[in-house]
Structures are given as structure tokens and as C-alpha cells.
Design a protein around this ligand. Structure first.
Ligand SMILES: Nc1ncnc2c1ncn2[C@@H]1O[C@H](COP(=O)(O)OP(=O)(O)O)[C@@H](O)[C@H]1O
Ligand SMILES: [Mg+2]
Length: 260
């Protein structure tokens, strides 16, 4: 399945990107090409610039040196059809599940007469039926992240930037969310850049895992995940290659921390 995007133009390209905040060098000479339709995870020690990398791709920050482009065009403002999801949901607290998802449809520019059908579809797809009229404060963390995902999907991004979106969830909910995300990804085939500190999650989800070194972040390793799809956590976890990759990433992260 990884080869679906073979030959296609890259979605994101970073060329010799460095980022400083004042005297602090956060990212150093990052060159990276992300294929259209691929699922790429970024792992690395805390503070190594993972969130900064996503901000550079999103246009929220401009690099000190080097160039970032999306769909072949330099990023000077937030590119069209870009969806960002954070560890903490950014739902409107005064709006119901239904209304929060409708925000995504409005952002997308979908004509109002189509809202109800699309919204109901997403609510069913994400297992939120029966909670349409609940407010975020009435939902569990996992359900709130589902609503966030629903709003993101409603917007129909071409590029998903996800910054530890399941980082605050318990282990079981995390696995369920990862399963949902893969279901979505295999349905819509969009490009995803996913930051996580969970190595197993990275390997389970991705076509490729990038390991960043400690600050200033450089690319320490770039590993292809040749595990068959569709993946199922229980089955995939039993494949020796899954363990080999997790161990390899662990080693890489330990090495980079030893260098600090
Ligand atoms: N806007 C900013 N101004 C100053 N320093 C920042 C800013 N954003 C991030 N940093 C610093 O840059 C480093 C990398 O941050 P970040 O990209 O959030 O790391 P990570 O997501 O890998 O934990 C940290 O030391 C952080 O304090
Ligand atoms: Mg971060």
C-alpha cells in the first residue's frame, strides 16, 4: 500500500531548514520529503523541535534558514486544506458535538443544505451517535478527541498535521483512536505528519518513522515501516518486524540522548 503514492509529486518538502528562537537553535539543517498520501511519524526527545517542525509546515512559523514547501509552493502563509490537531482538543466549549463538527463544514465552505447529511455521516463514522447534543464537558477525553477528529474531517484537509493528538489518552483509548485514524486514512488517503512520543504507536500507524536527535533536532534516523496493511494492533504487534523496528527506534533515541 505504501506504493500507492509512488511517482506522485511530494506533498511536503523541507530543504536545509534551521530554526532559532533567539540564540536557541531548535532545528538544524533538516531536509525531508514527504510523499503525497503517506503517513509519516516524527519521534524524538522532548524539546527537540517536533512541534516546531509542524509549525513550520503549517506556516505558523517561518524558518530562520532553508525552505519549506507544500504542493511545490513555498509556505508563506497557512497552505489551503491544511488541518492541525493538538494533544488538547480545541473544541468550542459552548457548542454541542453537532455544532462543533458543523464548524468544520463551514470552514470547508460546504453549502448549508448539505451540512446535516455530512455531519450525521461523520457522527456515525466516529461512533458518536447518541451524543450529538452533548457539550464537550460532558464527554470523556477520548470522545472529545473523536469530535476534534470529526471537525478536522469535516474540513476535508489534504494534509493532516497531528501533534501528539492521543498523548493525553489512556492506553486503551489510544489504541482505539489509532484504529479509527487508520480507518480514516485508508478511506481518504490524505497525507499525515504525526508527532508522538509513543514508539509503538508510530510504528503501528506509519509508512515511515523519522527520529529526531536531541536539540538542535537533526534527522537521526529515517525508517521505512514495511508492515502489511490493513493493520490490526493485535495481529501487527505479533510480527517480528514490528518489534525489530520498535527496538531500532528505541536504540536511536537512546543514542541521541547519550549525545546530549
Ligand atoms: N515560540 C517560541 N519561542 C521561544 N522558544 C520556543 C518557542 N517555541 C518553542 N520554543 C523552544 O524550542 C524548543 C523546541 O520546542 P518544541 O518544538 O515544542 O519541542 P518538542 O515538540 O519536540 O517537545 C524548546 O526548547 C522550546 O522551549
Ligand atoms: Mg511538542
Amino acid at each position: 500500500m505504501t506504493d500507492l503514492s509512488a511517482g506522485a509529486a511530494p506533498k511536503v518538502v523541507l530543504e536545509h531548514v534551521s530554526q532559532y528562537y533567539g540564540p536557541l537553535e531548535v532545528l538544524k539543517d533538516i531536509s525531508l520529503t514527504i510523499d503525497n498520501g503517506s503517513f509519516v511519524s516524527i519521534v524524538g526527545p522532548s524539546g527537540c523541535g517536533k512541534s516546531t517542525l509542524l509549525k513550520l509546515i503549517s506556516g505558523l512559523e517561518r524558518p530562520t534558514n532553508g525552505e519549506v514547501s507544500v504542493d511545490g509552493a513555498p509556505v508563506v502563509a497557512t497552505p489551503d486544506k491544511l488541518g492541525f490537531m493538538f494533544q488538547r482538543d480545541a473544541l468550542l466549549p459552548w457548542a454541542t458535538v453537532e455544532q462543533n463538527i458543523t464548524v468544520g463544514l463551514e470552514l470547508h465552505g460546504m453549502p448549508p443544505e448539505h451540512h446535516a447529511a455530512r455531519r450525521d455521516n461523520l457522527i456515525a463514522f466516529l461512533g458518536l451517535k447518541g451524543f450529538e447534543h452533548h457539550y464537550p464537558s460532558m464527554l470523556s477525553g477520548g470522545m472529545r478527541q473523536r469530535v476534534s477528529l470529526g471537525r478536522l474531517l469535516a474540513y476535508e484537509p489534504e494534509l493532516y498535521l497531528m501533534d501528539e493528538p492521543f498523548g493525553a489518552l489512556d492506553a486503551q483509548t489510544k489504541i482505539l483512536m489509532a484504529r479509527e485514524l487508520l480507518k480514516i486514512w485508508s478511506t481518504y488517503k490524505k497525507s499525515v505528519v504525526f508527532v508522538t512520543h509513543d514508539i509503538e504507536e508510530a510504528v503501528f500507524l506509519s509508512d515511515r518513522v523519522i527520529v529526531l536527535s536531541g536539540r538542535p533536532g537533526t534527522i537521526q534516523a529515517d525508517l521505512k515501516v514495511d508492515l502489511p496493511r490493513p493493520r490490526d494492533f493485535r495481529t501487527t504487534k505479533k510480527i517480528p518486524l514490528f518489534h525489530d523496528l520498535c527496538a531500532e527506534i528505541w536504540d536511536q533515541i537512546m543514542q541521541t540522548q547519550a549525545l546530549e
